[in-house]
Design a binder for this molecule. Sequence first.
Ligand code: GN1
Ligand code: MG
Length: 369
Amino acid sequence: MSTYREEKLTEISSKFQIYGQVMHAESCKIGHINETYSATYDQGGTRVRYIHQKINQHVFKNPEGVMDNIMRVTNHLQKKLQAERAPEPTRRTLTVVPARDGKPFYRDDDGEYWRTFVYVERTQTFEAVQTPAQALEAGKAFGKFQRLLADLPGGRLVETIPGFHNTRNRYNALQQAVTEDHYNRAQSAAKEIDFARKHESIVDTLLTALADGHLPERITHNDTKFNNVMLDAETGGEICVVDLDTVMPGLVHYDFGDMVRTTTSPTLEDERDLSKVKVLLPMFEALATGYMSQAGSFLTPTEKSYIAFAGKLITFTIGLRFLTDYLNGDKYFRVHRAGHNLDRARTQFKLVDSITRHEEQMQKFVDGL
Ligand code: GN1
Ligand code: MG
């Protein structure tokens, strides 16, 4: 890590209510948005770890609203886990460590927002799903998350990114990027742009059902990728879901859909060998079983009837976003190579195709649960 970063992290570490000396810090998690570090402290002779994270304000325009949501959600989860007598409850939801002034964040001299979490030990995360057992755990983890938050007291959570999963808006943003074509990239993405246009008919389905009152708004996570589930390093069982910045009012389909996107094809999000990208039904069945074991108690029949569709829609939506960002010059998602966002879009669209082929079978399986 650069000296700048080490010095910065030493400064940051002194701003939170942590007892002990920071020993070292390192970069962790390959997210596309925030900067994340794990830091090891010496606390009376014992090593303890914390997570320090800088919030990306280009993406999250209201960081205090983000932290307000996270405090409400994590406090509620902690209470519910204790009431349910869950073992090791402090490993099962994130714990925010307050700053010295008691706020859930520290704002530095550059106006950057930092926050700190207790490090959840003895867990593992994976960039790509490997087994149906893992898909089952992911489904269970996010299903439980929704279930435990169903009775969150207080007003509506802040919409940290308004219209985050609004596929109509995402579709329109793509059309605008194509028209402007500031980076002269539209030609290189002609096939993908065409794919997007051919699928326009699906973009309003859930929005219309919500507007017509057929689907209820709930509290959802909205970024349920598989690498946001911490699995116990020993047993592989789900422990804790992370990345709570986009917890806000939403449809359960946003969560289930992103789980389908990231846990039914055992490939990376930017896999270039598209022949490998496809839904494996045993993965889907395990995912749906895990999810329904928790969410089955509160889902309405109409919500349930859109479950397989959700996988297609959200995979398509994330594909639209990658493609739009490619055309807009890679301003949003961190890229590591030329054409990275285009590769990501291609992978998503290939998966959309595969889900479409299996959609009926997938829904039938869910109906039988
Ligand atoms: C972003 O936080 P991170 O990098 O895991 C994005 C998600 C996308 C995901 C695609 C706030 O997630 O919506 O699905 O990349 N988060 C935000 O990998 O835009
Ligand atoms: Mg995220």
